[in-house]
Design a binder for this molecule. Structure first.
Ligand code: PLP
Length: 399
């Protein structure tokens, strides 16, 4: 049996026809940029997140750039964020001319450690950019109250967390701006790139809207240098079909995560992801990420040479051999997993010149050498899940 890490095939067999007519509706209308589909999606997505405004754009990366620019964050400013994320989180900060300042993550939930943020703040700090990584919401009550006390802006990276909430409030509705990605593998995925910024601030919403269209408040009149970053009508039409299904898909993801928790419990060397959120917080499980620690029988099984390139780039990363071996051995059994993320952002070659703030990022570095994302998507069957778990069990209990 082959189990992919992610698949859209079954989803297509369920809603393929609706998607087909949605796409043809746009093509037949000749309205490829803007128009009703985009307007409707922005309205429905704002409602789904319980915010006043949602502005569609070209990608999650652009959503971050637009939010940062609209909040006047630029050269000379520092933004506190996590190095245990997709590169775009920090890239957006750099692209507006500001400096990403990395703070370590909590090793239990893999999210920014709020206690450590305090040590990273200085007079240049302008904002905090938390990531609701893998769909797990960060404690926004504490984060927002701390940020307000210090006069800092909060930009939520919700790229992996459509459908997540904290204290009954949707992610993207608690900071100054929320940035979503509709990349196909996300909880709410388009058929290509897409993104949105959410906010309750009317002036910020207006500025983002203008920046996304060449800094143009009215036709051929440009008040600032902006971007061409629009959610295109075909993507909006696809998202309009999918958005009503998001709550059901999140419930299915949650059920899969619970099943993994039950099936994997007690396996040697494997640590399960944090999942004990209280009832009014919702984890949307974009990824189910285990940590591969000391597999008892690993030493006897032997070496893993596949990690060589990684080790050359990141010689200071802890040993990832057990995890890399498990990944490769699972592949041989038809179980395809992904490593999110093998190299922390601060150790990427692109950031070798970045002045470090000498804060330890040990948890981040350890996680990068241990994490493994198991297959998860709403249509994953129990048989497929059992194959994943049985394969892991056979490998880690080989002795
Ligand atoms: C945490 C995080 N932030 C930002 C992005 C960027 O989103 P996009 O790929 O839509 O530009 C991603 C996408 O993978 C992400 O996972």
């Amino acid at each position: 049996m082959q189990v992919p890490p992610f698949s859209l095939q079954k989803q297509l067999s369920q809603i393929g026809q609706e998607l087909d007519s949605a796409v043809w509706r746009v093509i037949n209308s000749g309205h490829f940029i803007g128009g009703e589909e985009v307007k409707n999606f922005e309205k429905s997505f704002a409602e789904a997140c319980n915010v006043s405004y949602s502005i569609g754009c070209n990608s999650g990366t652009d959503a971050l750039v637009l939010a940062l620019r609209a909040l006047d964050i630029g050269p000379g400013d520092e933004v506190i964020t996590s190095s245990f994320s997709f590169f775009a989180t920090a890239e957006a900060i750099s692209n507006v001319g500001a400096k990403p300042v990395f703070v370590d993550v909590d090793p239990i939930n893999y999210l920014l450690d709020l206690r450590l943020i305090k040590q990273a703040i200085n007079s240049s700090t302008k904002a905090i950019l938390p990531v609701h990584l893998f769909g797990c919401p960060i404690d926004m009550t504490e984060l927002v109250s701390f940020a307000r006390e210090k006069g800092l802006k909060v930009i939520e990276d919700c790229a992996q967390a459509a459908g997540s909430s904290w204290g009954g409030k949707s992610v993207g509705s608690m900071g100054d701006a929320g940035c979503f990605s509709f990349f196909p593998t996300k909880n709410l995925g388009a058929a290509g790139d897409g993104g949105a910024v959410t906010t309750n601030d009317p002036e910020l919403a207006q500025r983002i809207r203008q920046l996304a269209v060449h800094g143009m408040p009215r036709r051929y009149f440009h008040t600032e240098v902006g971007y061409n970053s629009r959610l295109d009508s075909i993507q909006a039409a696809i998202l309009n079909v999918k958005l009503p299904l998001l709550p059901k898909w999140i419930r299915e993801r949650q059920k899969i995560a619970e099943q993994y928790n039950d099936l994997l419990e007690g396996l040697p060397g494997i640590e399960l992801p944090f999942s004990s959120l209280e009832n009014d917080h919702v984890h949307s499980w974009n990824q189910y990420v285990i940590r591969v620690k000391d597999i008892p029988c690993f030493d006897e099984i032997g070496e893993d040479n596949s990690g060589q390139a990684k080790e050359i780039i990141c010689s200071n990363l802890p040993n990832s051999k057990a995890r890399d071996w498990l990944k490769r051995s699972l592949e041989e059994k038809g179980v395809n997993t992904i490593i999110y993320y093998p190299i922390p952002i601060h150790l990427q070659p692109a950031y070798k010149e970045l002045e470090s703030n000498s804060i330890s990022l040990d948890n981040t570095e350890r996680l990068c050498s241990q994490v493994l994302s198991l297959p998860i998507f709403p249509e994953l069957t129990i048989e497929e899940q059992e194959h994943v778990v049985n394969s892991i069990r056979q490998l880690v209990q080989r002795k």
